[in-house]
Design a protein around this ligand. Sequence first.
Ligand code: CAA
Length: 380
Amino acid sequence: MEFEPSKDQQMLRDMVRQFVEKEAKPTAALRDDEAIWPTELVKKMGELGLLGVAVKEEYGGSGLDYISYAIVVEELSRVDASLGVIASVNNSLVCYGLERFGSEDQKRELLTSLASGRTLGAFSLSEPGAGSDAAAQKTTAVRDGDHYVINGVKNWVTNGDHADTIILMALTDPSKGVKGITAFLVDTHEPGCSIVKVENKLGIRSAHSCQMAYDNFRVPLWRRLGEEGQGFKIAMTILSAGRIGIAAQALGIAQGAYEAALGYAKIREQFGKPIHEFQAVGFTLADMATRIKAARLLTYEAAWRKNSGLDYVKDASMAKVFASETAMWVATKAIQIHGSNGYSKEYPVERFFREAKITEIYEGTSEIQRLVISREITRD
Ligand code: CAA
């Protein structure tokens, strides 16, 4: 058993930390306030190899392991969780899906540019009536010669308004339920695909989440991902990997909020001494550090299992539910330690608090993670 990061993983962490401290931190609050998409930072993430961390080098990726990927998302999110989710969606919901299920032609044509950051990806499963019940798809894909014609509305498409390629799920045979769902690699530059709205969100506002409509949108046959009817399994497999990314995002948010609280508790004096010397504050900091450590171990272990070719469905859900609830708890306590200052936008903890909430919701709510875990642990 090995608990130390490798030298390469430590160097990667240092590199990402330097990048976000210098280039993202100064503008993080403003970009969040005004919901500004981080064009230059996304470009830079691509150049640094952060958008295809675990993708093989022959397909344009950095060829690293999944723990390295978790470290990247953690470090981005420690400063700006919007960058964390933009990277996480491209890495695990799109690149991983393509590398795992794509044909050689699809990988050469699409994965190399997505993994190297020349293009950006998104993932489209949720619909107005299909949230936790992901199988309740209404979007249809009807075969027409060597094309499919897609009609429907998709919700909560992270990166949607900047994506070039979207992995989209649609019904090719409504009579077959989950076995009638098929995955497609949508080219957003083709006519018939439009942004209905960019959501006005509580947090991670710099990462855009869109509602998108497909109106007689034509997808050539070669852009079908996998076989007809495999779409739900593909989506679930992709989401299990994605949940490790969201656990890492939550971990980074928790770490950022903790560091802010620790720093504040050391300089803020009340009743003649720094507030960390009061047991109520000192013990809260101790609990924060302990919970974060536990979340980190769960997240890295799930990543290690994936890397080692072991089953990780349960472990990814455990990491996500624990890390996201840790992020919410730590961010809430971080505000409390800051007192009124924590409620002000002049300090970063209110942003961490708003960012933390979504990690308990997207890529499967905490309730869905518990459903997945309970099914896995009671299976024979
Ligand atoms: N990996 C592989 N296959 C899986 C799987 C997994 N993790 N989970 C289920 N499957 C397979 C099952 O084996 C089954 O196939 P077979 O019949 O061949 O055995 C098939 O999928 C159907 O599975 P279920 O019967 O378990 O399906 P269900 O309808 O009961 O739903 C669910 C299961 C876990 C509740 C699922 O609907 C789910 O995960 N819901 C949450 C959806 C979600 O996470 N959405 C997030 C969208 S992305 C996002 O957040 C936006 C963003 O951009 C960040």
